[in-house]
Each structure stands twice: as structure tokens, then as C-alpha cells.
Write a protein that binds this ligand. Sequence first.
Ligand code: UD1
Length: 356
Amino acid sequence: MKVVSVVGARPQFIKLKPLDAALVQGGHEHTVVHTGQHYDAAMSQAFFEGLSLPDPAVNLEVGSRSHSQQVAQIMERLQPFISGLRPDWMLVYGDTNSTLAAALVGAQGQTKVAHVEAGLRSRNRAMPEELNRTLVDHASDLLLAPSELAMRNLEAEGLSGRSHLVGDVMVDLLADVLQHQERRQTLANLTASDYIVATIHRASNTDDPLTLDRLLRALGRLQIRVILVAHPRLRRAADLANLTLERGNVVSVPPLPYLDMVNLMRGSQGVVTDSGGLQKEAFLLSVPCTTLRAETEWPETLANRQNVLDPRGDRLAELACREASPLNDNPYGDGKASLRIVKLLETRTSDGGVTR
Ligand code: UD1
């Protein structure tokens, strides 16, 4: 079976790892296309090297542009590559502009599309990611859902005929990392005493200077050390608005490789974030998470107050390093999602494909 994965942003490089391992184990031909949406070495190359990912066959080098330009340029550059390769399946991951552009190329008759992490909904149509993930689900042939709730979301939109509950591929990778990696001393000098980890990168939090200033102030008022892992978008927005990232106990560091980020979270008293992936990783690591958004596409994490929404950051002092009360059961699967996905692709290839 010939499979192409289209990736372009940091969370997709992470999800690619377990799928690549399962495809290689199954003896399949797996080609990786990098759209170039994320291009800084710390956001891209560090993940390919740190996770030993296969080198992309091509980099479409789309870079930073408006949403429309990003989607249009990826489509224009991807289409001839896919026509030449003629894969049995195209795998698209998550909810980024790269995901949407690739799904549209596939849906326009180029190849069958399977959406990894299908069925998530935040119910906030103003988020570009919400629009992307909804459109991608409707354009894809096979919907690979990480949880029961995601399955119910797909059913509510009339998509259950193409949907399968497989579990979450990020659980596969995290389980593997926790099993095989020794505890590394990430940022040893900064982590010698208690700390929390913070990230901010959503456009809704970074692009309005007043909102960003309010969140940075809230972090700066915390009594505990805050390690702020700064996405390039955050750094750029702060520079443009003339805002300082480092206030009070806040120390900012550049984006970290995956294994270092996992270790940093594991050793922390809490995570404060607006990232989807981090909310879930904190949940899986039993670290309390405070989410700087009004809604989440991972509502399962809210159980037992493992994750609490604090959109304006005004409850951070009380929430940031509260005690966690971890759940016994994991709604995101057993760490075998990627093997299930490969089995489904194999079955659907040999029985002639899918019906829309
Ligand atoms: C994208 C995804 C988001 C995902 C996130 C992970 C969309 C709509 N959003 O947002 O779902 O959670 O990636 O990081 O696709 N930049 C750099 N260097 C880089 C990458 C980005 O400087 O390597 C800067 C860009 O110049 C731009 C900003 O960061 O100013 C945003 O880049 P963009 O490509 O829109 O992605 P993210 O905001 O990271």
C-alpha cells in the first residue's frame, strides 16, 4: 500500500511519528510531504531529528502568509506531486491550514483522504482551526476519531458511515516515550525549584495587544516560577506591541524538542496553555492544566477539574498549581491507535476503497 502523509506544523510532526512506525512495521511505502508552514529549525527540523522521522520527499516551502494564501499555495504546489505519486491514501492530521489544503487536494479526485484526529469540535467558529477541522471531516473518506465524544460529534453531522473509533495517536507516542526515555534534566537550572510551564500561541490571545498584555500580567503575578516556552508567533506579537515576556517570576525559553517538552511538563506543578495538544498531554501525565481559552475541543480533559478553562487568566493565582485528581480511565485509548489506523487503511484498500 502506498501512503502519503502531509504535514506542516509542529503538532503534526509529533502525530506523524507513531503512524510512520506502524506503516513501516506493516511493510508499506510511506512518503512524507512537508508543506513548510512551520519553518524555524526549532519548530520543524528539531522534531524530524529528535523523533527520527523520515526526511520529507518534498518541502512545499509555503512559509508565513495569510490563511487564504497558505491554503491556496499549498494546494497549488501539492496537487502535481500527488498526481505524480498516485498514492492509495493521503493521511492528513489535525486542524491546521496544511490539513485543510491537503484534504481539498485529495477530495478533488486526486486520492482517498483519511483524517487523523477527526470529530473534534470546540464550537467556536471564529477559530480558524475549528473551521479547518469541520471542513476536513466533511471532505475526507475515512474519519479516524480519537474518542467516543468525537464519534458522537461526527454522528451528529451525518458522518458516522465513514467514522471509526481508533483512539488517539498522541497516546501511542507518549506511552512509547514514557516507556523508553530516561528522565532527562531539561533546563536543569530553571527546574531546580518548583515551576509551572506556560505556552501562548493562539491568534485570539496573541494578536490583540490588550489581551496579550492581560495574560502576560496574570503570569507575571504568580508566586511560582513560570517557564514560558515561547512560540515564534508569541515572540513576534510581544515585540510588535512592545510587551515584555519576562515579568515577575516568568522566564522565557525558545520552543523545545518534544522529549524535552514532555519532561518539562512531567516535572512541573502545572501547565497553563492555549494549545490543544498540551491540554491533552497534561491530562495524560496527570499534571493540572489551566487553559487560556473559553472552550476546548478536548472536553474529556475537564473531568475532575484536571483541566480548567480560564479565558482571561484572572483566576490563575488560584488555579495554576492546584492539586491534580487524575482519572483512572483514559478516554483517549490504549496506545494502539496507529496500528488500528493502518489495519483500516489496509482493509479499505483491498476491498476497493470507500463510498462517500
Ligand atoms: C498553527 C496551526 C495551529 C497549531 C499551531 C502549532 C493553523 C491555522 N494553525 O498555528 O492549529 O496549533 O500551528 O504551532 O494552521 N512562525 C515562525 N516560525 C515558524 C512557524 C511560525 O516564525 O516556524 C510564525 C509565523 O511567521 C506567524 C506565526 O508564527 O507569524 C503563525 O504561524 P502559522 O503558520 O499561522 O502557525 P501557528 O500560529 O503556529
